[in-house]
Design a protein around this ligand. Sequence first.
Ligand code: SAM
Length: 164
Amino acid sequence: MRDKRITTHVGLTARALGADGMLLAANDPKIKKSIDDVTRTWGGDFFVEIDVDWRREINEWKERGGMVVHLTMYGLNLADAIDKMQNRDLLLIVGAEKVRSVIYDLADLNVAVGNQPHSEVAALALVLDHLQEGKELCRTFNDGEREIIPMRKGKRVIEHTALR
Ligand code: SAM
């Protein structure tokens, strides 16, 4: 049983930091809806699939030549693994309370973001950031209803729906 807020934050973080989509092993339409709502409002084409068969997804990803990377504090430290992950089609796995041991074997790489326990949201964010060397923070998203104009003080948001 997952903490629904954390799972939503995994999806929102993945979207904001440049992942294409999220495959969720739980059947939770509410989580999909809240992430889809954010994508409709703020743009991009991030996808969420729920109730996936994780074993099949992992095997199919590998058959297609992709690389499966499980984020765990027991893995190789990110600094020692990042070169192997560059320019690969990555499926990143993060766990909840307890991760089954078979995942450690199915993954091509088990990668630690430091060998201390913390959070799947933080681990995912740091891996995505290191892979893209921070460039993902400057990315803009197309087709959103709203767009933020960054500013030193205050809040400025363009409502594109008003312009359409
Ligand atoms: N006790 C769990 C286990 O056996 O793996 C860890 C639970 S932790 C709250 C949830 C997830 O955060 C883990 O499955 C892992 O994906 C991620 N995580 C936590 N600390 C990490 C670290 N230092 N490096 C990489 N991932 C980490």
